[in-house]
Design a protein around this ligand. Structure first.
Ligand code: GTQ
Length: 349
């Protein structure tokens, strides 16, 4: 900040210039930018209407094959993060399309990927050779460094939302990718083996976990929805969350993914959540229902109408509330678990 005394300013400027060559920078020149009273997100609140994007997503199949693209994805780029290819400051998200008969070739990377299925049937993802078939609303995990390819044996397009922790892993310097020499990873256990083995409140006797990854890859919507349906009749509604549940690793009770928290929440028809903010930014995908999401207040207030399959970005420390015109189910993925483990997570109700 310029002071009233120009000599003082020019002494400081000259000093700053003089130390530049020594690779030194005065902290006082940027202290207030860094040590802000509260978090200042670059991401902006934003909503993508799926019905408005669908044509472009489907058209991408005429532009490039899944094989050539490796992953045919239209990335959801936040208007506050242009050129960074991110949906929020800490997460990447995109819409991936696969058409009948196509294969997205096998590879593996240290960033974790999650999928939330938007439309279509008959598509599958294979993790270490085990196929998981995808139905709308299913939540599927590709753990860090697991070989995976995608395919489609059914009819019609299959589209899902990808969310990856790429920004975090790149920032930390642990970003590796490897391409499998064949198009597909060799067939492994039968389809959905891991769900039956670990996802039924059972586990093999003697099971010992040797990675941080959950042994199940698939959280089928049919099961999730049934739980919400049963619980909604006698749940205490959280004023900010409605009925909100977290996807877990059944063998630990911890999060389904070590670096991304994932949730499903139900809001009954007519329910309005109380304004809420927390330090975990995230991406939200509407599984069912319709309503309005409102961000901020006063001059900076913005609101978006939402319907099924719409996706919205909630920047960190951004106050927002959701009003459900119909019974609404929303999936979300945030960096809460990372912040919780580091002891810095906060919320304000
Ligand atoms: O499906 O493995 O959106 O590797 C970006 C990178 C999806 C995937 C993405 C990927 C994938």
């Amino acid at each position: 900040m310029a002071s009233a005394d120009p000599t003082h300013d020019s002494i400081q400027a000259a000093f700053t210039k003089r130390i530049e060559a020594d690779r030194l920078v005065p902290l006082w020149n940027f202290f207030s930018n860094w040590f802000t009273f509260d978090p200042q997100a670059e991401a902006e609140p934003y909503l993508w209407h799926y019905d408005g994007l669908r044509d472009s997503v489907l058209e991408s199949a005429n532009v490039i094959s899944a094989r050539e693209a490796e992953r045919r994805v239209l990335v959801l780029e936040n208007p506050g993060l242009i050129g960074k290819h991110l949906v929020t400051d800490s997460l990447y998200a995109g819409l991936q399309l696969i058409t009948p008969g196509e294969v997205a070739p096998a590879h593996r990377h240290t960033p974790v990927a999650l999928r939330f299925i938007i439309e279509g049937s008959g598509g599958y993802t294979s993790v270490a050779g085990e196929r998981t078939y995808m139905e709308p609303g299913d939540f599927i995990v590709t753990p860090s460094w697991a070989w995976h390819d995608h395919g489609h044996e059914g009819e019609g397009p299959v589209v899902w939302l990808d969310v990856l922790d790429v920004p975090l892993i790149r920032f930390l310097g642990a970003n590796f990718t490897e391409h499998y020499p064949e198009e597909r990873y060799p067939e492994g256990p039968p389809a959905n083996d891991s769900l039956h083995r670990y996802g039924s409140n059972l586990r093999p006797v003697g099971y010992r976990r040797d990675t941080l990854a959950s042994p199940i890859f698939s959280y089928p919507y049919a099961r999730t929805r049934e739980s919400l349906e049963k619980l909604k009749n006698h749940s205490d509604w959280d004023p900010c969350y409605g009925l909100k549940m977290e996807y877990i690793d059944p063998t630990t009770g911890g999060p389904a993914i070590p670096t991304i928290s994932t949730f499903i929440q139900l809001l009954p028809k007519g329910f309005s959540t109380a304004p809420y903010r927390s330090t975990d930014g995230g991406v939200y995908c509407v599984a069912e229902g319709a309503g309005t999401v409102r961000f901020g207040d006063g001059e900076n207030a913005t609101e978006f109408r939402f319907g099924p399959r719409d996706i919205f970005a909630v920047p960190y420390w951004q106050s927002f509330s959701i009003e459900a015109d119909e019974e609404t189910v929303i999936f979300s993925a945030t960096d809460k678990i990372v912040q919780t483990k580091l002891g810095v997570w906060r919320e304000q109700r």
